[in-house]
Structure formats: structure tokens, C-alpha cells
Design a protein around this ligand. Structure first.
Ligand SMILES: *[C@@H]1O[C@H](CO)[C@@H](O)[C@H](O)[C@H]1NC(C)=O
Ligand SMILES: [Cu+2]
Length: 170
């Protein structure tokens, strides 16, 4: 029945919207461009919001670049501290564990000077972690909601889209 589907869709959509922002986000640094020359990471970071619990993922061809965690001085001077071990896997994941300014630079050649450097401001973890789904009659809506775990914002969005689709088709 269309009205039931609509309720399900609304429920899933609201859960996705309310729970969504509280979930950890994986930030692919540079989006589909990855970690590379000729990309402005200042501009990239300006469009993003970083929170404790989020992950930064640096994607690049192994050995073409690397990732040094830096402080403000190392960031400005493009001089990685000698006691910092760079990440070199080409698929480097950094979990943001504390709020405040964070800096990352590439230590290969003059890449950092050319702009392969990232400064971000990490905000506190968002409050309102997704709560367990309320006890509701079993059905598509409650089972959809139970899929939502901190890393499944994508699933929530897909579930909402699917529910919308159901509404349109009924
Ligand atoms: C990136 O863009 C900003 C303006 O959005 C500019 O101030 C900055 O110099 C640029 N950085 C590089 C490395 O080109
Ligand atoms: Cu590099």
C-alpha cells in the first residue's frame, strides 16, 4: 500500500538524515584525484568538515608520494621532522583521534613546496551517535534501520533511496 511505503520511506530517510552526520566519514584526500601534484588541498579541505573519528585516506601510486604527519612549522617549511616515520603504502589511512589543527605533507622531492600538503581543522566528534532502532513492528523499515552502524552511512543512504524507489513504484 502506497501510504505504508511512504511511511517506511520517510522513516528510513529521517534515520539516514539524523544518524548520518553523526557517523564517521572517510575523507578521500583529493577525492578521485588522490594525493598528487597539481592539486590544491587548501581548496579541497575548505569544502570539508572533519570530526574526531573520521578517517583521512591518502591514495597515490606507491613510492611516487608519501605522507608525513607534520606540525605547523614543518608544514610551512616543508621539512618533515626526522623523528616522524612517513606513511608509504599508497593507501594510507589516518584516523582523526583528537580535535585541532593537523598537518600532512609529502616528503618526496619538492612536492610539498608545490602544494602536496594538507592542513585541516578537526572538530569534536559529533554528538548523537546513532541509537539502537526503536522497538517497532518488524518490517522493512526496522530491518533497514538495524543495518545502520557507524560506518554504514552509505547503506543508510542506499536504504533511503530504495525506500523512495518503492514509493514511486507502488
Ligand atoms: C590554493 O588556493 C588558494 C586559494 O583558494 C591559494 O591561496 C593558494 O595559494 C593555493 N595553493 C597552491 C599551492 O596553489
Ligand atoms: Cu609527493
Amino acid at each position: 500500500m502506497a501510504s505504508t511505503s511512504l511511511l517506511i520511506a520517510l522513516f528510513v530517510f529521517v534515520v539516514a538524515m539524523v544518524a548520518g552526520p553523526a557517523m564517521a566519514t572517510e575523507h578521500w584526500v583529493g577525492d578521485d584525484q588522490g594525493w598528487k601534484l597539481d592539486f590544491n588541498y587548501t581548496t579541497w579541505a575548505a569544502t570539508k568538515e572533519f570530526h574526531v573519528g573520521d578517517k583521512l585516506i591518502f591514495k597515490y601510486k606507491k613510492d611516487a608520494h608519501n605522507v608525513y604527519k607534520a606540525d605547523q612549522e614543518a608544514f610551512k617549511s616543508c621539512t618533515p621532522s626526522s623523528d616522524v616515520t612517513p606513511l608509504t603504502s599508497g593507501n594510507d589511512v589516518i584516523t582523526l583521534t583528537s580535535p585541532g589543527k593537523k598537518w600532512y605533507i609529502c616528503g618526496i622531492g619538492k612536492h610539498c613546496e608545490k602544494g602536496v600538503k594538507l592542513a585541516i581543522n578537526v572538530l569534536a566528534a559529533e554528538s548523537g551517535a546513532p541509537s539502537p532502532s526503536p522497538s517497532s513492528p518488524s518490517g522493512p523499515a526496522s530491518s533497514s534501520a538495524s543495518w545502520i552502524s557507524p560506518d554504514s552511512k552509505f547503506v543508510a543512504v542506499v536504504a533511503a533511496a530504495f525506500a523512495m524507489f518503492v514509493v514511486i513504484m507502488t
